[in-house]
Design a protein around this ligand. Structure first.
Ligand SMILES: *Cc1c(COP(=O)(O)O)cnc(C)c1O
Length: 390
């Protein structure tokens, strides 16, 4: 029979964009573990171990901590469809693409969406939320912890106090932050939180870790109407992940293997050491970029360690630089979104991709490509400044 396509052999890339990040090799190996049945007692144990390590990562005692079958956006949808009933007032912080996506998801659930907006690159200020809450009885306040489209980290704890003082639940997106910077669900009193596997967990995309407080689960169980999504109805999924093993849908077994292994890698490194590594490499990258005369975009003091937004210098074209980084150096970085298309680069240092070697390689390659565009950069300044931070 004639061959239809060639052997599967994509280029080996250094993933320094907004996700996915490079997988840890142990995670890739775990994915080739032979399948067992999803109701096999061995698999139940694997799911239990995964949940318990997830609780450690989220820093929560929440019984309801699982991985939804789907990417980060499925996690977002899970939180909204389960907590919201038509007519509920939801206050959403919007300072980038993912806050905007939340408003779309919430509106589809029939929520009355109240938009609290900050300029892109800036954080959502507690006062803004306070004002929105004063204007009406609110069921949920929703925030993006780490806005991947802009590189800004909104502090959660203070807004949490404000939300709870008004009787609202707090829903937080930690897709980009989880595993790369502190996320403290119980201390911050977050009621519903979702994440994704392909950013700082360094797994392939495909699962969305979620955790619900007991208060949030009570609300789900006593809803007036059924959750409109059968697949994402957590009152049913809860029975599948629990001891009852009530069949709901077939868990993506290889992805659970991957997540379990990724969580082992994370816990072996230790959260403190892992967050410190992300911060160290972020500082090295920033020092290098600034030494090259480039400007960081996100609000100072609130910059994400795993996602760095850089302003593209005047006269430099976005696409040719990114194309050359990919073609000549196998490095992927991200472009700007929305109105920042062509204006920003987004350089990720997530999970297994967060290394000083990657920082140095990226700075060196960027210098070469900037020079190719007639941009004046002091030779070697970026790499030297990055290495000097170590
Ligand atoms: C990537 C991302 C998402 C969406 O996740 P997908 O896996 O692409 O569905 C949601 N929120 C934030 C902050 C993200 O960075």
């Amino acid at each position: 029979m004639a061959k239809l396509v060639g052997r599967l052999n994509p280029s080996q890339r250094i993933l320094m964009g907004p996700g996915p990040s490079n997988c840890h090799p142990r995670v890739l190996r775990a994915m080739s573990t032979p399948l067992i049945g999803h109701l096999d007692p061995d698999f139940l144990q694997i799911m239990d171990e995964t949940r318990s390590m997830l609780r450690g990562l989220f820093r929560t005692k929440n019984e309801f901590t699982i991985a939804v079958s789907g990417t980060g956006s499925a996690g977002m949808e899970t939180c909204f469809v389960n907590l919201i009933e038509p007519g509920d007032r939801v206050v959403i912080g919007i300072n980038g693409v993912f806050g905007e996506r939340m408003t779309d998801v919430a509106a589809r659930c029939g929520a009355k969406v109240v938009r609290v907006e900050s300029e892109w690159g800036k954080i959502i200020e507690p006062d803004q939320i306070k004002k929105a809450l004063a204007r009406g009885k609110t069921k949920v306040v929703a925030l993006v912890h780490a806005e991947t489209s802009t590189g800004a980290a909104t502090p959660i704890e203070e807004i949490s106090k404000i939300a709870h003082s008004k009787g609202a639940l707090l829903l937080v997106d930690t897709v980009t932050s989880l595993g790369g910077m502190p996320v403290d669900i119980d201390k911050w009193k977050v009621d519903a939180c979702y994440s994704g596997t392909q950013k700082c967990l360094s797994c392939p995309p495909g699962l969305a870790p979620v955790t619900f407080s007991e208060k949030a689960m009570k609300l789900v169980r006593k809803r007036k109407r059924k959750v409109q999504s059968w697949y994402l109805d957590m009152s049913m999924v809860e029975r599948y992940w629990g001891q009852e093993r009530f069949y709901h849908h077939t868990a993506p077994i290889s992805m659970i293997y991957a997540l379990r292994e990724a969580l082992c890698v994370i816990h072996e490194e230790g959260l403190k050491a892992r967050f410190a590594r992300h911060m160290r490499n972020h500082r090295a990258l920033v020092a290098g970029l600034e030494a090259m005369g480039l400007k960081l975009f996100a609000q100072e003091g609130h910059r994400l360690p795993m996602l760095n937004t850089v302003e593209i210098p005047e006269g430099v074209e976005d696409v040719p630089v990114r194309k050359a980084l990919l073609k000549d150096h196998n490095i992927e970085i991200g472009g700007g979104l929305g109105k920042f298309k062509g204006k920003l680069w987004r350089i990720g240092l997530m999970g297994h991709s967060s290394t000083l070697n990657n920082v140095v390689l990226c700075l060196g390659a960027l210098e070469k490509q900037l020079k190719a565009q007639k941009c004046r950069v002091a030779s070697g300044a970026g790499v030297a400044a990055a290495l000097a931070t170590g």
